[in-house]
Design a protein around this ligand. Structure first.
Ligand SMILES: NC(=O)c1ccc[n+]([C@@H]2O[C@H](COP(=O)([O-])OP(=O)(O)OC[C@H]3O[C@@H](n4cnc5c(N)ncnc54)[C@H](O)[C@@H]3O)[C@@H](O)[C@H]2O)c1
Length: 437
């Protein structure tokens, strides 16, 4: 038996700050409100519905994760956020057209009470949007201080004992870390000098880290995955996680690809295309924002299939990913995959997956789990990159010398073993020899 870590109790209210109050954020808020009132089930949430086996299979001990970990209760969550559109959470949810009026009307007042704070927004980083509910400031350092002030006044107004932030804002143009991202000092100089390499989302991320707010990045943006942010997270003892919620097509890819590889079946080609018509789709219609998404979506197969280790099976793999903006579909995305397989003696086969999914319905429970687990991480004294939360991301953040683990089932084992380890329970190895000795 391990020693349990000491985990501070989840006392008081947990403030949930969401930069970007669009489809995903409002579907999350509405869902939590409905679940709290007993009007819906939190389907898709690992923390709310999942169980965790403890001890041997013969022990028959598998409590709910929510009762095994001292997680914040849904009743203790209080939501806030920022957006460049002034719509309150109800108007924004109606605009997003994810949830029906049947679900929105019972919680209309509660949603209407959540008005976005003004955004840090320069359209250079998101070409397709133009909003007026934005902050003014002479420098990026000034804007960042305004976000810090927002965070503090939100916590005070709502009597929050703790805070967590999850980036639910739009995908920005593709950007790689540059000299300004190298150290805390260079980033702070960049903020003061309005360095163009510092994007909108990085300003929020930096403000959260300075305020000691655990931060998860649900988009492909470069927000906390560069050395300066990681140094600041270490200095402030803040847990960080990212990036890009693993939801529709990539979720399926990380379920199917490990299975094919486990059976040593080859893959010659994998063509993935999506049609979607929500605001996210509109933003991704811009080539520079699509590039950011393409990078997080494409990395998955290389890491799972390991073409260098298995050149016969995956050395020639052609992987193509497309996203098409198609307004009639709204949030009801369709993700097609055509997989060209190779079997025994090189004989070809094909597999087609047509996932008629709903983007924000898949994303909302992921956001809820991240909120609760990041808050748990902070109370358990974890800080820096939370690799155990890779399960929730398309492009998991890792230490620089490590490759990311993309296989959903390895990620799940890592997630649950970290929970066991944190609570002083033995990890489950699945060795199983003890039943036969
Ligand atoms: N829905 C999914 O399944 C899914 C999966 C993976 C990642 N994501 C990512 O999650 C994010 C949100 O997706 P969505 O479907 O809710 O998109 P959305 O367009 O409905 O919402 C994004 C919101 O962010 C706001 N925004 C943009 N820049 C901002 C800024 N600087 N400050 C404050 N607000 C800002 C926009 O005005 C918009 O309301 C996107 O980056 C998307 O790529 C979504």
């Amino acid at each position: 038996m391990q020693q349990p870590r000491s985990v501070a109790p989840a006392a008081g209210r947990l403030g949930v700050l969401l930069p970007g109050m669009g489809a995903v954020a409002t579907t999350l808020m509405a869902g939590v409100m409905l679940v709290r009132r007993g009007l819906a089930e939190p389907i898709g949430s690992v923390t709310q519905l999942g169980t965790i086996r403890l001890g041997k299979r013969t022990d028959a001990r598998a409590p709910r994760i929510a009762s095994f970990l001292p997680l914040a209760s849904l009743d203790s969550l209080v939501f806030g956020g920022w957006d460049l559109f002034a719509d309150d959470a109800y108007e924004s949810a109606v605009h997003a057209k994810v949830l029906d009026r049947e679900h929105l009307d019972p919680i209309r007042d509660e949603l209407q009470a959540i008005a976005p704070m003004t955004a840090v927004f320069d359209p250079r980083y998101v070409k397709r949007l133009c909003g007026t509910h934005v902050k003014e400031g002479s420098t990026k350092a000034d804007l960042m201080e305004q976000v810090r002030a927002d965070i503090r006044s939100f916590a005070e107004r709502n009597d929050c004992a703790r805070l967590v932030a999850v980036w639910c804002g739009s995908t920005e143009i593709y950007e790689e870390a540059s000299h300004v991202h190298e150290s805390i000092e260079s980033f702070e100089r960049g903020l003061a000098n309005n360095d163009p390499a510092i994007s909108n989302s990085q300003i929020y991320g930096w403000a959260c880290l300075l305020e000691g707010v655990p931060f998860a990045n649900g988009s492909p943006n470069l927000i906390v995955d560069f050395p300066a942010a990681q140094q600041l997270a270490a200095r402030r003892h803040v847990p960080i996680a990212g990036k890009d919620f693993k939801t529709g097509q990539t979720l399926m890819k990380t379920i199917v690809a490990p299975g094919l590889k486990a059976r040593m079946l080859g893959v010659r080609g994998w063509f993935s295309t999506n049609i979607l018509g929500n605001r996210d789709g509109e933003v991704l219609d811009d080539a520079e924002s699509f590039k950011a998404k393409e990078v997080t979506k494409r990395g998955v197969l290389d890491y799972i299939l390991q073409p260098k280790t298995y050149p016969t099976l995956y050395g020639d793999l052609y992987h193509k990913v497309r996203i098409e903006y198609y307004p009639p579909r709204g949030d009801a995305k369709e993700g097609w995959d055509n997989i060209d397989l190779i079997g025994w003696l090189g004989y070809p086969m094909q597999m087609k997956i047509d996932f008629l999914c709903r983007d924000s319905i898949l994303a909302a429970p992921v956001v809820l789990d991240l909120i609760l687990l990041l808050d748990f991480a902070a109370r358990a004294g974890f800080h820096g990159i939370q690799e155990w939360l890779s399960f929730f991301f398309k492009c998991p953040m890792t230490a620089p010398e490590l490759y990311p683990e993309h296989d959903l089932f390895i990620q799940l084992m890592k997630l649950k073993n970290t929970m066991r380890w944190a609570m002083g329970a033995d990890p489950v190895t699945h060795l199983g020899h003890e039943y036969y000795d």
